[in-house]
Design a protein around this ligand. Structure first.
Ligand code: SME
Length: 149
């Protein structure tokens, strides 16, 4: 059960470490604990620009450190304010490939005071692995993260 990780997430959030280190620890925890979470990262709105900038992440380095709003799954979520679950990345025409191994993706927006300021992005090398349990779990994480931003 993903919710078994809630106490670990809360304890990271409540630690005294720098915010970026706490976000890194959350990425590391998720990637280590959930077998089908192969790449886990946060993107944030880049100042006043209509683009996302990569924050802490765990997994293979990506060239896509800046993503314009509207581009790819991440850029679409920056505009839609809705979760985006992609069971099969090959079926998406507005998709930015980071690795040929990735089969599926989930992006959940992160709100601070009702404003969409970023997102958590997870890539999976397993086809169609994400359920509503993942959506609720990632919404929980983003709500916790919003408290320290
Ligand atoms: N696939 C994403 C780009 C980010 S990488 O997955 C790390 C997208 O289409 O927006």
């Amino acid at each position: 059960m993903l919710s078994e990780l809630h106490p670990k997430i809360v304890s990271i959030i409540h630690s005294n470490a720098e915010v970026s280190l706490r976000l890194q620890q959350i990425c590391d925890l998720l990637q280590e604990s959930v077998p089908y979470y192969d790449w886990v990262g946060f993107y944030f709105k880049n100042g006043n620009k209509e683009e996302l900038k990569l924050g802490p992440y765990t997994g293979a380095p990506t060239d896509h450190t800046i993503i314009p709003f509207g581009k790819g799954i991440c850029g679409q979520v920056a505009l839609s304010n809705e979760n985006f679950v992609v069971p099969d990345v090959k079926a998406q025409d507005n998709y930015i490939a980071c690795s040929i191994n990735v089969k599926a993706e989930i992006v959940v927006p992160l709100f601070v005071n009702g404003e969409n300021i970023g997102q958590i992005d997870i890539d999976s090398n397993t086809p169609d692995p994400f359920t509503q349990e993942d959506e609720r779990f990632l919404e929980f994480i983003n709500k916790e993260v919003a408290k320290i931003l």
